[in-house]
Design a protein around this ligand. Structure first.
Ligand SMILES: Cc1cc2nc3c(=O)[nH]c(=O)nc-3n(C[C@H](O)[C@H](O)[C@H](O)COP(=O)(O)O)c2cc1C
Length: 210
């Protein structure tokens, strides 16, 4: 039995391509793996707080030295990290916003990339001071974009701060087994969008069937 954490970050409802595709992924996954547990979090509709000064003070204070105020400052982050670490695999839906991810998803990432919890900092190992702590997990990320051509060698490659960023930040905490599915051309509509959705659906079905 595996534990799947399903995270969406589009603020849209039925119009969201990333949400529709993550839902299809999870529905197919549940049919194929009925014993698995699924936890759902929608940071697009229910944003998590931004990091603030008490949060930073708490995150960099060892747990045994934290005052009740510091414990409270980090409470939501602790819950989010516990939820994140409890999962074996992740299905994440994220729009491309201004060539990156929505700020709500960035706020979530800032809450779960935590020193001592999802990565370790060992300054004595100057050549390699950061150690990933989230090992052996698998991640599927379904993006939705208005345009296309963000892949290697394509016309928008240099504008793409979305999937390279996500590979970097989740790789930093140890998640390197990441598969991307992209729905593109939302701004163009018509057949270019329909073809992209159909290709993404096929890819989702293949990924779940594997
Ligand atoms: C605030 C905002 C910024 C956007 N920025 C980009 C962008 O930089 N590049 C792009 O290709 N599409 C961009 N889009 C289009 C969205 O990526 C596209 O509509 C996508 O389908 C949204 O995801 P969703 O369908 O899951 O809601 C933007 C849309 C919004 C609302």
């Amino acid at each position: 039995m595996a534990h799947l954490l399903h995270i969406d970050s589009s603020p849209r409802g039925e119009r969201s391509h990333s949400k529709r595709l993550t839902r299809e992924f999870v529905e197919a996954w549940k049919l194929a793996h009925p014993a698995d547990v699924v936890t759902y979090r929608d940071v697009g509709r229910n944003p998590v707080p931004h990091v603030d000064e008490p949060w930073i003070a708490a995150a960099y204070t060892p747990p045994e030295q934290q005052t009740p105020e510091l414990q409270e400052a980090i409470r939501i982050s602790d819950q989010l990290v516990d939820e994140f670490l409890a999962a074996d695999l992740y299905v994440i839906g994220t729009p491309m916003y201004n060539f990156s991810v929505p700020s709500t998803f960035k706020a979530y990432i800032d809450q779960i990339v935590r020193i001592g919890r999802t990565f370790a900092f060992e300054p004595e190992d100057a050549a390699n001071p950061y150690k990933p702590l989230v090992l052996g997990k698998k991640m599927f990320i379904i993006t939705a974009r208005g345009d296309s051509g963000f892949g290697p060698g394509e016309r928008n490659e240099k504008l793409n701060y979305q999937d390279p960023y996500l590979r970097t930040i989740f790789g930093f905490i140890g998640i390197t087994d990441i598969t991307f599915v992209h729905v593109e051309n939302d701004e163009f509509g018509g057949t270019s969008l329909a073809e992209s959705i159909a290709a993404a659906r096929t890819q989702v079905a293949q990924l779940v069937g594997r």
